[in-house]
Design a protein around this ligand. Structure first.
Ligand SMILES: Cc1ncc(COP(=O)(O)O)c(C=O)c1O
Length: 372
């Protein structure tokens, strides 16, 4: 064990030397340009009060679920809320998971066999890669949002083929060419899975729903830890997919079911964002305001995620610290989260960010990002 521990110590030391060491830092107050709480629901008192009202009228929702859904953890409430969510997205069925990571792990690990092919966008979330790693199918990556490259891989792929994309990418704030990829996967008889983690709530009930594509895709993964201000996820698809996951997805089968509280909060979040549409409208106007500063260095103008690329990690660190000194909290992405040389500052815009705050942020970025 001593040799293994020494190996870990060396690896950690090398991260420290490269300024890429990860550590848990205590909560620091400041203006939030880094969280995924796009609509501010996580800190919305009115939303919290609605949740409290729900809980006080159903105190038994605080009880634990007691086991896997397949043993003792299922309930009429869980099935009702899954049906409610499926209806909301105009999908045939929904299966609930306690996180998006787990939903992707479940889906990608069990769907395909040895003779099959998974083709994923190179920027797809880590949870998809980890799910693919547990799968016997071969995995290929296509260049980010490059439909021609995807087509060249689809031409070569064998067995059952599944393509995975995000509708809005968290690492660069770009949208997928969703309709083009739907058409392409249909042309090659491949299944398409769309991760809607960052689009859900920001763009209605996600872009698949907004473009009326739910029936055209194999599955959609919707998560609740971002604009919905909670945690958890569903896989949306047809009944066969749901039945298959219930039978073969280990993260579903061998894990304790979420509590009724967890499910009720999510149902409330759907009702709340439907009643508070001004939140998404305000966010959209803040994104528009940000775009007037013309800082775009790789993200699309309509996206709540904006990045500024740096090839020099010191310059990135300096800007991040300078912003922090002014109480402006952003998030720098280093390797291995992104490839070496692709380091970037990620800015998340929220409905609660004021124009003054955005002005302060952009003025500092303009001053430092291009000078250092
Ligand atoms: C695109 C994407 N998919 C899945 C996940 C995982 O979701 P969760 O945080 O609910 O585990 C994330 C979280 O960062 C994400 O950005």
């Amino acid at each position: 064990m001593q040799a293994l521990k020494q190996q870990w110590i060396n690896q950690l030391a090398s991260r420290k030397a490269q300024h890429t060491y990860r550590s848990l830092t205590p909560y620091s107050p400041g203006i939030d340009f880094r969280s995924n709480d796009y609509l501010g629901l996580a800190k919305d008192i009115q939303f919290s009060e609605l949740l409290l009202e729900q809980i006080s009228s159903q105190a038994d929702c605080l009880q634990g679920s007691t086991g896997s859904r397949l043993i003792s953890g299922n309930s009429a409430l869980a099935e009702d809320i899954e049906s409610f969510i499926a209806r909301e997205h105009e999908a045939a069925a929904a299966l609930f998971f306690s996180s998006g990571y787990k939903a992707n792990l479940a889906l990608f690990s069990c769907m395909l066999s040895r003779a099959d092919t998974l083709i994923v966008d190179e920027y797809i979330h880590r949870s998809v890669h980890d799910g693919c790693q547990l799968s016997a199918a071969r995995k290929w990556k296509f260049r980010h949002n490059d439909v021609d490259h995807l087509e060249s891989l689809l031409q070569k792929a064998s067995g059952n083929v599944v393509v995975a994309i995000e509708s809005l990418y968290s690492v660069d704030g770009n949208f997928a060419p969703l309709t083009a990829i739907v058409r392409l996967t249909q042309k090659y008889n491949a299944g398409l899975i769309v991760d809607e983690a960052h689009a859900m709530g920001v763009f209605g009930k996600g872009l698949v729903h907004q473009y009326g594509l739910q029936q055209e895709v194999l599955a959609t993964v919707v998560t609740y830890g971002k604009a919905m201000g909670l945690e958890g996820a569903v896989v949306l698809g047809d009944q066969v997919l749901k039945d298959y996951l219930v039978n073969y997805a280990s993260p579903f089968i061998y894990s304790t079911a979420p509590s009724a509280l967890h499910l009720l909060r999510i149902q409330c979040a759907y009702q709340y964002i439907a009643a508070q549409q001004h939140l998404a409208i305000t966010l959209s106007s803040r994104i528009e305001f940000f775009s007037t500063f013309r800082l775009h260095k790789g993200s699309e103008p309509g996206s709540p995620i904006q990045i500024i690329r740096f090839s020099n990690t010191h310059a990135l660190l300096n800007l991040h610290l300078e912003l922090k000194k002014h109480g402006l909290l952003t998030y720098p992405l280093f390797s291995p989260t992104v490839a070496e040389g692709q380091e970037r500052l990620r800015i998340c815009l929220h409905s609660f960010n004021t124009e003054e705050e955005i002005n302060a942020l952009c003025s500092i970025i303009k001053k430092y990002a291009y000078v250092t």
